[in-house]
Every structure is written in structure tokens, then in C-alpha cells.
Design a binder for this molecule. Structure first.
Ligand code: ZN
Length: 109
């Protein structure tokens, strides 16, 4: 797999955030297809979407949680979703550490 870049990586929590452009990543609300070269664009955008899925699966295999944020989302919405995912990751890490003798994880602020 070619090298891919995570837009925001919370390495300790293993949460990977991707900020996806509505056009390039096929947002369900704003997906469009240019009027010219339609076939080429259709293939190109399908390839992007497929690559996103492969990247997400690869990161999941490595124990990462992937959060995708659409370009059209408000910053507040995006941050709320990211924080919610990080809280749930922290909560499950706490459950895993219970009984294992591992030090207690601190919940996110
Ligand atoms: Zn969109």
C-alpha cells in the first residue's frame, strides 16, 4: 500500500482524523460529477472512495479508530464528533485495563 497521510493523528489514543473534501471523497450530500470527461471523473472519484475504505481498514487492523470529517461540517460539529470518539476509545481502554493490573487510564477532560 502506498504511503497515506492522516490529517490529524492522536497517536496515544490511536485516533486518526481525516478531513475529506466533499468533491474528492464523494460526500453523500454534495457528490457531483463534472459534465465533461464524466467517465474519467467517475472512475477517479470511485478510486478515491475505495482508497479511503482500504486506508480505514488498514488503520483499524492496526488498532486505530478512524474519524472522517466532511469539508461541509462545521468545526464545532467536527470537534464534538472527534471528542466523542476519543472518549469512547478512552472508555474501552479503561475497560481493557481493568483486571489486567495496568495503570488506570485517565478520562479525557
Ligand atoms: Zn459535503
Amino acid at each position: 500500500m502506498r504511503r497515506r497521510t492522516i490529517d490529524i493523528a492522536f497517536t496515544r489514543a490511536r485516533v486518526a482524523v481525516f478531513i475529506d473534501g466533499c468533491f474528492w471523497h464523494g460526500c453523500p450530500q454534495h457528490r457531483t460529477l463534472p459534465a465533461s470527461n464524466t467517465e474519467w471523473w467517475s472512475r477517479k472519484l470511485a478510486t478515491n472512495t475505495a482508497r479511503d475504505a482500504v486506508t480505514a481498514a488498514h488503520l483499524a487492523d492496526l488498532g486505530w479508530t478512524v474519524v472522517r470529517v466532511w469539508e461541509h461540517e462545521s468545526a464545532v460539529e467536527a470537534v464534538e464528533r472527534i471528542v466523542a470518539r476519543m472518549r469512547s476509545v478512552a472508555a474501552s481502554a479503561e475497560r481493557v485495563s481493568e483486571g489486567s493490573g495496568a495503570p488506570e487510564q485517565r478520562p479525557l477532560a
